[in-house]
Every structure is written in structure tokens, then in C-alpha cells.
Design a protein around this ligand. Structure first.
Ligand SMILES: [Zn+2]
Length: 142
């Protein structure tokens, strides 16, 4: 299994969960993306074909983050095995269907500002995360 390094959401009260990527910034956001990337590596090791450009599609990242968190509880000893079956059939399978069209991207996108251009390689995961982190400055003192 992949390792999750994202700290759990703060205990007590109605805190955001760790797989709510909008609630994260700075190093926490980088860590969350690294965790999802680790999860993607694990999926690929399980022969699940994940689109090369997964990290550029926010809806895919969000669903992967939630699935990763769900996997952690689907396979713990106290869980009914039905939870694991649901993880595969209710969690992963619909995502595989929904991202089927993204497989054709093969890690390349047509630039948004030049729709008639040939597809170009998508930026690296690190570059995408750098842009996201820069767009969410961490809260400093007032
Ligand atoms: Zn794509």
C-alpha cells in the first residue's frame, strides 16, 4: 500500500478533511499532491492505467485524493470486506470510466490560448503544484 504523509485534519469540531485540496496551501498542498502521486504509482503497480496528465485535471485529483483516503479505511482489520469491494466498484470503477477520454491525451494538451495548435506535453507535476502553491499564499499575520 502507498504511504500517506498528509497529516489528518485537525481533531474536534468541523474541520476540513485532508483530502479537501482547497483547504490546503503551501507545504501541505505539496504533500497532498505527493500523496496522490504515490497513490497513482500504487494504482499503476496494480495494473490500473491512470492518465498521464491526471494531475492537470482538478476533478481527477480530487477524486483520487478521496479514493486514497477511502482505501486506508477499506482495508483495515475492523472494516467489513464489503468496504473493499465498494472501494473498487463504487469508487475506482466509475473514475476509470470517467477518465477514459483523458487516456487519449497521452500527456499532451492543446494550449488553451491556441486551440488550433498541436498538442504539447503537459507541465511536470512539480511545475503544476508550484503554480497552485503560488496561487494560494499561506496566511500570515494580519
Ligand atoms: Zn489531460
Amino acid at each position: 500500500m502507498h504511504e500517506r504523509t498528509t497529516p489528518a485534519a485537525q481533531e474536534g469540531g468541523s474541520q476540513w478533511v485532508a483530502w479537501n485540496l482547497d483547504a490546503l496551501d503551501g507545504e501541505a498542498l505539496r504533500t497532498a499532491y505527493r500523496d496522490v502521486a504515490s497513490f497513482v504509482d500504487w494504482l499503476r503497480a496494480c495494473d490500473i492505467e491512470v492518465p498521464a496528465c491526471w494531475y492537470t485535471h482538478a476533478w481527477v485529483v480530487w477524486r483520487l485524493a478521496a479514493l486514497s483516503a477511502w482505501l486506508e479505511v477499506a482495508y483495515i482489520a475492523e472494516t467489513n470486506p464489503r468496504e473493499a469491494v465498494d472501494w473498487w466498484l463504487v469508487g475506482l470503477e466509475p473514475l476509470r470510466r470517467d477518465w477514459a477520454d483523458l487516456q487519449a491525451h497521452r500527456g499532451r494538451h492543446v494550449p488553451h490560448d491556441a486551440p488550433l495548435d498541436d498538442p504539447a506535453p503537459v507541465p511536470s507535476l512539480d511545475d503544476v503544484v508550484d503554480v497552485l502553491v503560488a496561487g494560494r499564499p499561506t496566511e500570515g499575520p494580519p
